[in-house]
Design a protein around this ligand. Structure first.
Ligand SMILES: Cc1cc2nc3c(=O)[nH]c(=O)nc-3n(C[C@H](O)[C@H](O)[C@H](O)COP(=O)(O)O)c2cc1C
Length: 375
């Protein structure tokens, strides 16, 4: 059988074969490991690694690791949240602050861990996402001249001139038309319009509604569709909505090369769409996660989430204890509604080839089954 060709303007812009991008997913490095990023790029898509939360030198190591596995283009995704730009404290001072100002939250967490039989652990101190930390993360991407940089949140305008001078293409992820216009003003080359059904941090507007509005608002800047896309039908639909490609997260969480916990893959493969709900539990920002016991307890508590990064710090002890004592089902499992249609693990190459094959069939079927008249 001859090879399928499905090219759009995105392929020419990024130097890739197929308009499919592995979404940068910052899940402690497990969701987008180097071997998955490279597998997607080697299969003709664009692999993007999620670097958010990673120490700058860890990001450099990843970039070099990916370069060792592929000579194709790839990207790095970071969160540049405006609201955290002035956090200057370190982990311990923020923990003390939570203890002082939010005793109810601390009691909730203590009781929850006791109810779940999770022992308290000494939390590993990490860098807090301060302005300086994010700058250092970005500097590594510039120094390493990554082919593509994706800003998952916030305003990338301050780093775009330097990135463009290095030949780096910039993508900005948005969940609303207003933010799409802002990102284009900031100078991004490509806008990713991410709908409500997406896994991870998400906005309030569905992909079907968001993508055409963003495409109209930022024309001629190319738009990539995200949220709820996992097969060739979703890819073909995205092109119909005015996108030039797709940015897929959940679909690749069940790739063989993805390193999330097996129980998390099982939650995705066996879960229904309605099992993936929006919560502020683990991070303080609205995120779509698999509904586990921890989220149920948080939602029942009626407590207001602390702002980012405080809520994440509050939950860190639970996450690390669950990791240490073999209870990964209690760790947050960000994934989208599209999980409901994912039924088996496959190599990343197969996921991409099947998506392309199916999209080609859908587009051909239209020619056969849809009667079109007029000029
Ligand atoms: C496990 C997980 C982690 C994510 N982490 C990030 C991140 O660090 N930065 C980011 O821009 N988007 C992140 N996202 C959102 C994805 O980039 C993407 O927009 C989303 O997965 C698309 O929707 P889908 O899951 O329905 O394919 C994450 C999503 C998931 C599922």
């Amino acid at each position: 059988m001859s090879k399928n060709i499905l090219r759009t303007k995105l392929c020419d812009m990024l130097g890739i074969e197929y308009p499919i991008i592995l979404a940068g997913m910052g899940s402690r490095g497990k969701a987008t490991p180097s071997k998955l990023v490279a597998a997607v790029s080697n299969a003709g898509g664009l692999g993007v690694t999620g670097g958010s939360g990673m120490e700058p030198e860890e990001i450099r190591k990843r970039i070099r690791e990916i370069r060792g596995l592929t000579d194709k283009p790839f990207g790095v995704d970071l969160l540049l949240p405006a609201s955290m730009a002035d956090v200057q404290e370190n982990w311990d001072t923020l923990m003390e602050k939570i203890g002082r100002e939010n005793p109810e939250h601390v009691s909730f967490m203590k009781k929850l861990m006791k109810d779940l039989s999770l022992p308290e652990v000494q939390v590993e101190r990490r860098s807090v996402m301060s302005r300086d930390f994010i700058r250092r993360q970005v500097e590594v991407c510039l120094e390493e001249k990554v082919p593509v940089f994706a800003a998952g949140l916030g305003d990338p305008s301050w780093m775009i001139p330097d990135a463009h001078a290095q030949g780096i293409k910039i993508m900005g992820l948005v969940g609303s038309v207003r933010n799409a216009v802002r990102q284009v003003k900031a100078g991004v080359d490509i806008v990713i319009a991410q709908g409500y059904e997406a896994g991870g941090h998400t906005g309030r507007i569905a992909t079907m509604v968001l993508v055409p509005q963003v495409a109209d608002a930022v024309n001629p800047v190319p738009v990539v569709a995200a949220g709820g896309i996992a097969d060739g039908r979703g890819l073909a639909a995205s092109l119909a909505l005015g996108a030039v490609g797709v940015w897929c997260g959940t679909a690749f969480l069940v790739a063989q090369e993805c390193e999330i916990y097996p129980v998390q893959k099982k939650q995705i493969l066996e879960g229904r769409s309605e099992d993936f709900i929006v919560t502020r539990a683990y991070t303080g920002k609205t995120a779509r996660d698999y509904k586990n016991e921890v989220i149920e307890a948080w939602e029942r508590s009626g407590l207001q989430a602390l702002p980012m990064p405080l809520q994440g710090i509050l939950f860190q002890s639970l996450v690390e204890s669950a990791e240490k004592f073999g209870r990964p089902e209690l760790i947050n499992n960000p994934a989208g509604q599209v999980a409901g249609m994912l039924k088996e693990q496959k190599p990343a190459r197969q996921i991409i080839e099947e998506m392309i094959q199916e999209a080609v069939e859908v587009l051909r079927r239209f020619r056969r089954e849809v009667t079109i008249a007029g000029r």
